[in-house]
Design a protein around this ligand. Structure first.
Ligand SMILES: C[S@@+](CC[C@H](N)C(=O)[O-])C[C@H]1O[C@@H](n2cnc3c(N)ncnc32)[C@H](O)[C@@H]1O
Ligand code: SF4
Length: 451
């Protein structure tokens, strides 16, 4: 097939390309940016500004073999309670640094499994956060929910704390696939978690599913997507399974011979994409689907879609502070990242300091290239005039960056009237084309496959 030949020629089937949830990507962060810079950047937030806050809970009751997230297994509550105390101490450090009147446009609890916190812990955590920065009146509070690790009491606590968006992990409904990836979760369990979430008036629901899993076939993904559609999520993230056993050792449990080939992965994605679109969902960016009424679809239509560490978002704040082990923060000045090891993070906070280990200060060139990558990942096009206006630069300067990429990819993109566009047939190449704007990575970065 002609399209596949072009995709292959540009490296779709063999490339390891970052997902560009940041620019530069985190492997390029350095120890030059540490605690002092983090404190300075927080202090520079204007008083009364709306910001976003991410809280990482690096614990799970079970460790799913496919999972590449930073998390550790625990059967007891003791380390979770100890970690909650550390989070509260970190929030106190934030109180001492954060300018007055800051409110939260977005609050997100992720992990790991934030829903393994007991109800009283959830309430304590939310109260501690709101005492430093309350949720803005139209603010969004979202939580990653594992349907295996939730019950009425915990949902009540979350609803009381103001959760208004739930994000549930599904991955796949097929029992054979579930066994092979070490994540068993019946359809009935997922359905009852969703019913319980909606019963509490939490109307906004995201679901994560994966393509490229072992033993996945077009028939199986069709069944899984149809089952998911029957539950009417507002938003779906359709992530490509990243097989990175050198980083996530538990993935060694996954039989590599059962993994689909890169060409098969693309076919699986296409099957799922068509099913979502046939059912009325709008494709958003490279891997999301949302009902036309959902904020993400609306933002995409209005050209307001953004990309951050949580993927696609309509969040407009220019500050995202990450609390907890391994969390990344973003400021107008650059990125910072907390100690990845939970023990190191805990030690730093107990010592009275944030655990910032590394980061990156933006140069003017980073900001420009980062924005080019972001608009390409969000809109599949770059409008030279719009970027020139945004950055107060001559159009010719932006064109100097765009023209070489347009000629490198001349058979799969168009450039006319200063607008570079990726047509729908070649959107699977978006990350590969974005990489051509990445001044760092033309050295090797990223660890996940392009499809
Ligand atoms: C922090 S995890 C899940 C939250 C919650 N603990 C759960 O299991 O439902 C967030 C999402 O990351 C995605 N994810 C984890 N490992 C992945 C991998 N190896 N490749 C692609 N996506 C992955 C999954 O879709 C998962 O739902
Ligand atoms: S998928 Fe969720 S529950 Fe499973 S190991 Fe990853 S974070 Fe934990």
């Amino acid at each position: 097939m002609e399209q596949n030949i072009q995709l292959a020629r540009h490296g779709l089937f063999d490339a390891r390309v970052p997902r560009y949830t940041s620019y530069p990507t985190s492997p390029h962060f350095s120890a030059d940016v540490g605690h002092e810079t983090f404190v300075n950047w927080i202090s520079a937030i204007p008083e009364g500004r709306q910001i976003s806050l991410y809280v990482h809970v690096p614990f799970c009751r079970r460790l799913c073999w496919f999972c590449a997230c930073r998390t550790q297994g625990t059967t007891s509550d003791a380390p979770v309670r100890a970690y909650l105390e550390v989070l509260k101490a970190e929030i106190e450090l934030l109180r001492a640094t954060l300018p007055k009147g800051v409110t939260l446009e977005r609050l997100h609890w992720g992990g790991g499994t934030p829903t393994l916190l007991a109800p009283d812990m959830m309430t304590e955590l939310a109260e501690a956060i709101y005492s430093v920065a309350p949720l803005a009146p139209d603010g969004e509070f979202s939580v990653e929910i594992d349907p295996n690790e939730i019950d009425d009491a915990r949902l009540d606590a979350l609803a009381k704390a103001g959760m208004n968006r739930a994000s549930i992990g599904v991955q796949d409904f097929d029992p054979e696939i579930q066994k092979t990836i070490g994540r068993e979760q019946s359809y009935e369990l997922t359905e009852s978690a969703i019913t319980a979430i909606r019963a509490r008036g939490i109307a906004s629901l995201n679901a994560d599913i994966l393509y490229g899993l072992p033993h996945q076939t077009p028939e199986k993904i069709t069944q899984s997507v149809q089952k998911l559609l029957s539950l009417s999520p507002d938003r779906v993230a359709l992530y490509g399974y990243a097989h990175v056993p050198w980083m996530a050792r538990r993935q060694n449990m996954i039989p590599e011979e059962a993994l689909p080939s890169p060409q098969e992965r693309l076919a699986l994605f296409e099957v799922a994409r068509k099913l979502f679109e046939w059912d009325g969902y709008t494709a958003v960016g490279i891997d999301h689907f949302a009902l036309p009424s959902d904020g993400l679809s609306i933002a995409q239509k209005a050209g307001r879609l953004r990309r951050n560490f949580q993927g696609y978002t309509e969040d407009t704040s220019d500050v995202l502070i990450g609390l907890g082990a391994s969390s990344i923060s973003r400021f107008p000045q650059g990125y910072t990242q907390n100690a990845a090891a939970t023990s190191q993070h805990i030690a730093a906070i107990r010592g009275g300091n944030f655990s910032t280990k590394k980061g990156h200060s933006f140069s003017a060139n980073d900001k420009l290239r980062g924005r080019l990558i972001e608009v390409l990942m969000c809109d599949f096009k770059i409008d030279t005039g719009q970027i020139a206006k945004e950055f107060g630069l001559p159009k010719a300067e932006i064109l100097l960056l765009i023209e070489p990429v347009a000629s490198q990819f001349s058979d799969v993109v168009s450039l006319s009237n200063g607008v570079l566009k990726i047509p729908p047939a070649f959107r699977p190449l978006t990350r590969v084309i974005s990489r051509a704007f990445d001044a760092y990575a033309l050295s090797k970065t990223g660890h996940s496959s392009a499809v």
